[in-house]
Design a protein around this ligand. Structure first.
Ligand SMILES: NC(=O)c1ccc[n+]([C@@H]2O[C@H](COP(=O)([O-])OP(=O)(O)OC[C@H]3O[C@@H](n4cnc5c(N)ncnc54)[C@H](OP(=O)(O)O)[C@@H]3O)[C@@H](O)[C@H]2O)c1
Length: 264
């Protein structure tokens, strides 16, 4: 799709959550390159402000920053109110985080926050923005999910369950919205080279075959009309096809062994 067609369909304004690092930051850069104005959301305001300055200077787009903790009660509601009147044509609900380890060892508060950020935020944001997208008759919703959404993942129980939720949410919304000219995509990255691993205490240098966040975001934008679910990267598709073809009990025990050896 040409830059003009992309802006016509998904512009003039895109909302990107989780834009202070990783895949969300890559989305923001790729969308600014396509001449979309942006609203960038995350907690680390200094990072968002630096990115906004960079994108405004390089691409001449308008960039607004909203420092929001999406785990806070009522956060998405306040955010949508602050954006009232903006012609948002593309929602990139990307903010999210994982928790690794035995389920019983994880902190209940952190698990509740995970569900709020990974599940409730995309649910509530899409709920509030769809009426405007329908009115326009064009636009898109990208929800960053994960390959972990396709089956349970031992030692990543809450995260994998949250991503099963987002895959299902995106599929349902695709069924509702694609006849109205609105694209919906659950982006399912495999291992991607971002801070997400450091935050979970995983040594990034031990991970192999990671994709870059830039590649993942670019693939998502190029395949936005190919919803409802899109796995980024040939080798991730092949790996998950192989796992899904195995008897489920065998696949789960194999993953448990591998993850236990790597993590614990
Ligand atoms: N990296 C991977 O291997 C991988 C694989 C599959 C799926 N994913 C998914 O990709 C998405 C982006 O992750 P990433 O890999 O790019 O990780 P990342 O670099 O850690 O980025 C996560 C983003 O989410 C934001 N965020 C987290 N908690 C938030 C909160 N409470 N309120 C507002 N913003 C919050 C962070 O911003 P602040 O900390 O500034 O708030 C940050 O901008 C996530 O949904 C993740 O589950 C990642």
């Amino acid at each position: 799709m040409s830059k003009d067609d992309f802006r016509q369909c998904y512009g003039p304004l895109a909302l990107v959550t989780g834009a202070s690092s990783g895949i969300g930051m890559a989305f923001a850069r790729a969308l600014a390159q396509r001449d979309l104005d942006l609203v960038l959301v995350a907690r680390r305001e200094d990072r968002l402000a630096a990115l906004a300055r960079e994108l405004m200077a390089q691409h001449g787009v308008d960039v607004r920053v909203l420092a929001v903790d999406l785990a806070a009660p009522g956060a998405t509601e306040r955010m949508v109110e602050a954006l009232a009147g903006g012609d948002i044509g593309l929602l990139v609900s990307n903010a999210g985080f994982g928790l690794k380890g035995a389920h019983e060892d994880n902190d209940p508060g952190a698990m509740a926050a995970l569900l709020q950020v990974n599940c409730l935020a995309p649910l509530q944001l899409s709920h509030r923005l769809i009426p405007h997208l329908r009115e326009r008759g064009r636009g898109g919703i990208i929800i960053t999910s994960s390959v972990e959404g396709f089956m349970g993942v031992p030692y990543s129980a809450a995260y994998a369950a949250s991503k099963a939720f987002t895959n299902s949410l995106a599929e349902s919304l695709w069924g509702e919205l694609s006849p109205a000219g609105i694209d919906v995509l659950a982006l399912c990255p495999g291992s991607t080279d971002t801070e997400a691993h450091d935050k979970q205490g995983i040594d990034r240098t031990r991970l192999q075959d990671m994709m870059s966040p830039q590649e993942v975001a670019a693939l998502a934008l190029d395949n936005l009309a190919q919803g409802p679910v899109y796995i980024a990267g040939e080798q991730n598709r092949a790996m998950f096809d192989a796992l899904l073809a195995m008897p489920r009990r065998e696949a789960l025990l194999l993953m448990a062994d591998n993850i236990r050896a790597a993590l614990l």
